[in-house]
Design a binder for this molecule. Structure first.
Ligand code: TMP
Length: 238
């Protein structure tokens, strides 16, 4: 597979074309942003960890029946993935109150829900990724009803899988954000990444935050937290 010209540069990844029109290469950066790009920084080694962690988790998800964009890990930071058209939806599952949920509804962080919740944001930086419901997504033609049903089904399967695997690492999965894409033939697959950038992960014993909230909230020990969760996950999956 031959890496060709850069198609796109996002906040955390670059995407390149290849000689295969259905395959692209993602290249994970150490750059970190928060609050819609307002806060900028770098987390040393993050690109390597996010690339490898996302690939490990997506391969596990494939086995559980969730199709993903993953094709092949090419290097520490680079992975070949299926070319998709990203659905402009951020799909967020929550098991425990935190972050914008706590802020929006005026509740403390750490309330364990009886059942996981799902919500969607419109992936649009200019608008600040506003929340939207199913009908809004359909009205805006972001996806079809059928696609939305598929996305929801997969999102809860992803939650079941991630909750279990993180539990075995003595880590509590609080919430996470995932994105889906459409292959050329219309198949919906899990895309983007699953990493400490996109999940809230708390140590199950101490409650210590082991994810990007350390960067967002200036808690220090950011690199160490990413390394710690990666080490625990590798210990489980090896
Ligand atoms: P929130 O509580 O800020 O809405 O975040 C919910 C989850 O989504 C949390 O695990 C962090 C993740 N997330 C992203 O991956 N990207 C984003 O841009 C935001 C705002 C949250």
């Amino acid at each position: 597979m031959e890496k060709r010209k850069q198609m796109y540069e996002g906040k955390a990844k670059k995407v390149y074309e290849t000689d295969d029109p259905e395959i692209v290469i993602v290249d994970y950066k150490d750059d970190a942003t928060a609050f819609n790009g307002l806060k900028k920084g770098s987390i040393k080694g993050k690109g390597v960890i996010n690339n490898q962690m996302s690939n490990m988790l997506m391969q596990g998800l494939e086995k559980k029946g969730v199709p993903t964009h993953f094709v092949k890990e090419l290097s520490e930071r680079e992975t070949a993935v299926k070319r998709v058209e990203i659905l402009p939806l951020e799909v967020i599952i929550r098991n425990i109150s935190a972050g914008s949920f706590s802020k929006r509804y005026g509740v403390e962080e750490g309330i364990v829900f009886d059942e996981p919740t799902i919500e969607f944001s419109y992936k649009n930086d200019d608008l600040g990724d506003p929340l939207l419901n199913d009908d809004h997504a359909i009205a805006l033609k972001l996806c079809t009803r059928e696609e939305l049903a598929t996305v929801k089904k997969y999102a809860f399967l992803v939650n079941d899988f991630l909750k279990e695997i993180w539990k075995s690492c003595n880590v509590t999965l609080v919430d996470f954000k995932i994105e889906f894409g459409r292959l050329k033939d219309g198949t919906i697959v899990l895309a983007d990444e699953i990493s400490p950038d996109t999940c809230r992960l708390w140590d199950a014993t101490t409650g210590e935050k082991l994810d990007k909230d350390r960067f967002r909230r200036d808690l220090g020990g950011v690199e160490e937290a990413y390394e710690e969760v990666m080490k625990r996950l590798k210990g489980q999956l090896d």
